[in-house]
Design a protein around this ligand. Structure first.
Ligand SMILES: *Cc1c(COP(=O)(O)O)cnc(C)c1O
Length: 405
């Protein structure tokens, strides 16, 4: 048997689609929190306060708004749990993550026979996947046409598809769901805490889920925010769902949401006081910064980065404000993986796309300062020059300086 030495992980520049750079104050809450069990009064108070702040972040009065312990896909699993085998669903896919969401939906909606026929990639008759090409957005018209044709019970879309860096049309999706009497489900993993929207403005969407590590910036594995309308909860109360741990009604109880109202918390599973304190701090930081100010900051700094990489000859195909997805100039096309691997080896954590076509992704989560963007631009310019790109780095850096002046 080997007992390994303590695990050391270096500090890198996390400049990908996520996770974002966790604020030191969040880490401080995590490690300065005392040992207390999951029913201790301050742990429960922290959960109740976090729940209220989360309603503010989502822009909702939905009573069933809380955090699901784990990563984005934990929250998404809870959000998809009201879908039962045999349900008719239309899912719009325009990149890696909506593709995985589509798989999760197919697993939920498959009957026993359909699941057994291809257990890791079931293709239930009731689920229609509408593929929108990588690099394009899901529009209201695409949603409207598909819902008119397939008349499903549920429709699903990712708000911001992080795989291709595309913003999808939430208003159009909501309006199409409303027109066709369909219950909408939306993955807001990448947009919550980066875009400014109130989920209560989209009444046809009945379930929402996000993650701890992107706009919320609370990676020390904490909570994936979710929110359900009363309509979704009433449906779950009536039909049930096939999970204990991610049950929208049972999981909410530990957050003090009982019988459709805020009330005393009851045990559901053993929450960590450390995680509660970190998540609570992340929400305080977000709301102190202010949702509208955060949006303005992301917009401002994304533009700086976009102009700089374009000046290096790259073509940007994304329209999110926390992430740039780009093609290298002609001469370097095909070298994306090599370039990214070189950067990552030096602690500059950018990414390629995870599904075809191969593109480069540079993210700015919690890098909302002139210095941080300048560092990212400088490192990326060095990496491109090393691969043989031809541009004058001083001119690029001066252009960036002029933007910020
Ligand atoms: C990151 C991401 C996910 C997955 O989140 P995890 O925290 O990795 O589980 C799902 N959907 C979208 C749109 C994402 O950006």
């Amino acid at each position: 048997m080997t007992i390994y030495p303590p695990l050391e992980i270096p500090d890198t520049l996390a400049a990908g689609p996520g996770p974002g750079n966790t604020d030191p104050r969040v880490l401080e809450r995590f490690c300065k929190t005392g040992v207390a069990d999951h029913m201790q009064k301050d742990v429960l108070r922290g959960m109740a306060e976090a729940k209220e702040m989360l309603r503010e972040v989502f822009g909702t009065k939905n009573i069933h708004t809380f955090g699901v312990g784990g990563t984005g896909f934990s929250g998404l699993d809870c959000m998809f749990s009201p879908i039962l085998p045999g349900d008719r669903v239309v899912a719009f896919v325009n990149g890696t993550f909506s593709g995985l969401d589509g798989l999760a939906i197919r697993m939920k909606a498959a009957t026993g026979d359909e699941l057994a026929a291809d257990s890791l990639n079931p293709k239930p008759a009731g689920v229609t996947i509408v593929d929108v090409p990588h690099g394009q957005s899901v529009t209201g018209d695409i949603v409207d046409d598909a819902l008119a044709k397939h008349k499903p019970m549920w429709a699903f879309m990712a708000h911001w598809e992080t795989g291709s860096g595309r913003v999808n049309d939430l208003q159009g999706f909501n309006d199409a769901c409303s027109r066709h009497g369909v219950m909408g489900i939306v993955d807001v993993v990448s947009s919550l805490g980066v875009a400014d929207f109130n989920i209560d403005d989209y009444q046809a969407v009945v379930a929402w889920a996000s993650c701890p590590q992107k706009g919320i910036l609370s990676l020390p594995l904490t909570y994936a925010p979710v929110s359900f309308t009363d309509q979704a909860i009433d449906l779950v109360a009536r039909r049930g769902c096939h999970t204990y741990v991610h049950h929208p009604i049972l999981e909410a109880r530990h957050w003090g949401i009982v019988d459709g109202a805020d009330g005393p918390a009851g045990y559901h599973r053993t929450h960590s006081g450390y995680a509660v304190a970190a998540f609570h701090e992340a929400l305080r930081i977000l709301l102190t910064h202010g949702r509208a100010q955060k949006v303005a900051d992301y917009t401002y700094h994304e533009k700086a980065l976009r102009q700089a990489v374009e000046a290096m000859g790259c073509t940007v195909t994304s329209n999110m404000t926390s992430l740039i997805v780009l093609n290298l100039p002609g001469k370097l096309a095909g070298s994306e993986k090599e370039l990214v691997m070189g950067c990552r080896a030096e602690g500059f954590g950018i990414w390629t796309t995870l599904s075809e076509p191969v593109q480069i992704r540079i993210g700015i989560l919690n890098q909302l300062t002139t210095d941080a963007i300048t560092d990212i631009v400088s490192r990326f310019a060095d990496a491109m020059l090393k691969m043989g790109a031809e541009f004058d780095k001083d001119a690029i850096m001066n252009g960036l300086k002029a933007y910020y002046a």
